[in-house]
Design a protein. Structure first.
Length: 326
């Protein structure tokens, strides 16, 4: 039983039937009862899904372009963290109404990002209700080489990509919880929340190099804690080594910027660990242009995440670092 009117299905056909990349491994895409895909015999399939709910994962009345971008970016980030090459996508869209301008902008932003990463949208579902977007992506990885959270060992170096904390400041700006005098910095930070960059190329390059990997969706400290728990070890992070962007430092000062970097969410950067024996290969990869990555500490025996700052050592505690408790 269709939940939306027939004309609205025509809109879906118009905006979603050919969204993203064209791929020769899609035998049947949008339009039949199911998609028929042609998986490669020498590849494993990596499947991820994430839901965005209006008012929970993005502010009410966010731009449709940002919602379309983020719905796919957060899933691409999960594929990146697994070292998988993005291939196919499904989109379950719950809309309060069929607004053609909104759909056009949503689909354009989603399509741009999907094409950039080789994703063909092969199906989905469309229903009426509170604005909710669920994207499922499938990616491919050669057999046995997917990155996992659990491969880290004491002694491994910990790296993070990009500049964590920017997106949390950007969201605070969007929600008028933060005010920044410098308009240029404010816009850069807002865009880091509204249009995050999934680190797909980095994830692919880390196959065979990283011992463990996770993407940062809930905050660097908490997500590093998850990597540690899966790897059965602890972590020591040097607060002074955290890569703080100029816009974030300008916006909130260096001290608070470190708090944003450690506890803010929505970064969609990668945290990964590299065994010391592969650090040479890692540095060579960085020299060849691996992208913006920074060493922030080491895995240690034990458990939990400790952060050293000016000689003092603080223990991470779920909600944040004791040091930063106000
Ligand atoms: P059914 O009623 O058989 O479940 P639908 O009428 O819901 O099928 O969908 C028809 C076709 O359109 C299917 O191929 C489905 O995958 C696709 N589709 C529906 N909604 C979307 C969407 N939001 N994005 C992409 N494809 C969609
Ligand atoms: Mg059907």
């Amino acid at each position: 039983m269709p939940v939306v009117a027939r004309s609205e299905f025509e809109l879906i056909g118009k905006y979603f039937a050919r969204l993203g990349a064209e791929r020769s491994d899609v035998r049947i895409g949008v339009g039949d009862d199911g998609a028929v895909l042609v998986p490669h015999a020498s590849r494993e399939l990596v499947v991820v899904t994430d839901t965005l709910v209006e008012g929970v994962h993005f502010p009410v009345d966010s731009a449709a372009t940002s919602i379309g971008h983020r719905a796919f970016a957060v899933n691409l980030s999960d594929l990146a963290a697994m070292g998988a090459e993005p291939a196919w996508g499904l989109l379950a869209l719950t809309l309060p109404r069929a607004d053609e301008d909104w759909l056009e902008q949503f689909a354009r932003a989603a399509g741009d990002l999907c094409r950039r990463h080789g994703v063909a949208l092969v199906g989905g579902d469309t229903t009426r209700g509170p604005l909710t977007i669920t994207v499922t992506l499938m990616g491919l990885v050669p057999i046995g080489v997917a990155l996992e959270r659990g491969g880290g060992q004491p002694g491994d170096a910990i790296f993070v990509s990009g500049s964590p904390g920017d997106a949390a400041a950007g969201l605070a700006l969007e929600q008028n919880r933060l005010h920044v005098a410098d308009a240029m910095s404010a816009q850069i930070l807002r865009d880091r929340f509204l249009f995050p960059t999934p680190r797909c190329e980095l994830g692919l390059a880390l196959r065979g190099l990283a011992s463990a990997c996770i993407d940062v969706s809930d905050g660097l400290g908490g997500d590093l804690e998850k990597l540690c728990a899966a790897s059965g070890c602890g972590a020591e992070v040097d607060a002074a080594a955290l890569p703080i962007s100029e816009p974030l430092a300008k916006a909130v000062g260096r001290e608070l910027a470190r708090e944003y970097a450690l506890t803010g969410g929505d970064d969609y950067e990668l945290i990964f660990t590299v065994p010391l024996a592969r650090l040479g290969a890692m540095n060579a990869a960085i020299a060849r242009g691996l992208g913006p990555v920074t060493r922030i500490g080491s895995l240690v025996s034990g458990n939990g995440v400790r952060v050293s700052t000016r000689g003092a050592v603080m223990q991470f505690s779920g909600a944040g670092f004791d040091h930063f408790a106000r």
